[in-house]
Design a binder for this molecule. Structure first.
Ligand code: PEP
Ligand code: MN
Length: 343
């Protein structure tokens, strides 16, 4: 149930409504933004009688027919969520570019790549220290050592760092060295991990599971929002379909749905969707044209020697060229600004 308060309602009336919702068995999990107070009330254990709530002073509207993802829903914040990440604002229009290797493999290689990426126009660095691999016999990431290398790259370049956490026990260390904590596609259904990450109040990047519907994805994201996470990026990285020509099928329709139905910024990862480096650029450009708020791409100093995801990582040169094209496509796809009327 969503309770929308009248604009400019007094704090006293707002608090009285919150108390009534709780006294009647509901649990209030979130209020709206600065322009309008909105309560999202869940049945914990019971949903209050909407007719009783609608009659309380200051209540403008009560919606009972709530989506399965009330906190992510665009209705909560129609203007969309934006937040600073390093020197850019995610969700503000210009695509946020996150780049780096699939895995952090060695200190010197990562640090020098990080500096090159900063010069090439990346806004944030990525790199996995804890790798969720299909086979337990392949490289699993450098773990703590990888986090320390990420932290050093962050200090040297002043770029924020995105890294994946695969277990709640890694959160504290990852939060000490990275700015954005990533939930990998395989862990989208790991609700205990999601809850723990939500409690950190850190910026999060949550990837869609390879076989998750948009609704499954958004309901998983509710877990972090419910814990108070308020800087959350949704990441479309391709889903598993009957098609085998690409590693995963990039769901651009899903991107358009996420943009329309949620207030959260949407980041597209064309690397894991493509699986082949020559397909990364077209998918990245299409994503920007479809309204993505940013891109996360894998770049390696020498892709043919990468320890993970060798086929899909871009060379620095290809990335540098792609950034120019992304900027042009983003400029062309931006909503035209209405001309000012002469007064
Ligand atoms: C990654 O981003 O490094 C990764 C493992 O991707 P995904 O979770 O999308 O497979
Ligand atoms: Mn990868």
């Amino acid at each position: 149930m969503i309770v929308v308060m009248e604009p400019g309602v007094t704090p006293g009336r707002r608090d009285a409504v919150r108390e009534a919702l709780e006294a009647l068995g509901g649990s209030v999990v979130r209020t709206g933004d600065a322009t309008q107070d909105v309560f999202v009330c869940v049945s914990n254990p019971r949903l209050p009688d909407p007719e009783v709530i609608a009659r309380l002073p200051g209540v403008a509207r009560v919606d009972v027919d709530v989506t399965p993802f009330p906190l992510a829903s665009r209705a909560v914040r129609p203007s969309g969520t934006r937040f600073p990440l390093g020197t850019v604002t995610v969700g503000a229009g210009d695509p946020t570019i996150i780049a780096g290797p699939c895995s952090v493999e060695d200190r010197d290689g990562f640090l020098s790549l990080a500096e090159d990426l900063a010069k090439a126009g990346a806004h944030a660095l990525r790199g996995g220290a804890f790798k969720p691999r299909t086979s337990p016999y392949t490289f699993q990431g450098l773990g703590m050592e990888g986090l320390e290398i990420l932290g050093e790259a962050r200090r040297r370049t002043a770029l924020p760092v995105v890294t994946e956490v695969t277990d709640p026990r890694q959160i504290e260390a990852a939060a000490a060295h990275a700015d954005v904590l990533q939930v990998g596609a395989r862990n989208m259904y790991n609700y205990e991990l999601l809850k723990e990450l939500g409690r950190t109040r850190r910026p999060l990047l949550v990837k869609r599971g390879p076989s998750a519907t948009v609704s499954d994805f958004l309901q998983a994201v509710e877990y972090v929002l419910l814990q108070g996470a308020d800087r959350v990026m949704l990441c479309e990285r391709g889903i598993r379909t009957f098609e085998t020509a690409t590693r995963n099928t990039l769901d651009l329709g899903g991107v358009a749905v996420l943009k329309r139905e949620t207030h959260l910024p949407v980041i597209v990862d064309p690397s894991h969707a493509a699986g082949r480096r020559e397909l990364v650029a077209p998918l990245a450009l299409a994503a920007v044209a479809a309204g993505a708020d940013g891109l996360m791409m894998e770049v390696h100093p020498c892709p043919d020697r990468a320890l993970t995801d060798r086929e899909q990582q871009l060379t620095l040169e290809a990335f540098t060229h792609l950034v120019q094209r992304i900027r042009r496509v983003a400029g062309a796809a931006a909503e035209p600004v209405a001309p000012r009327r002469a007064s």
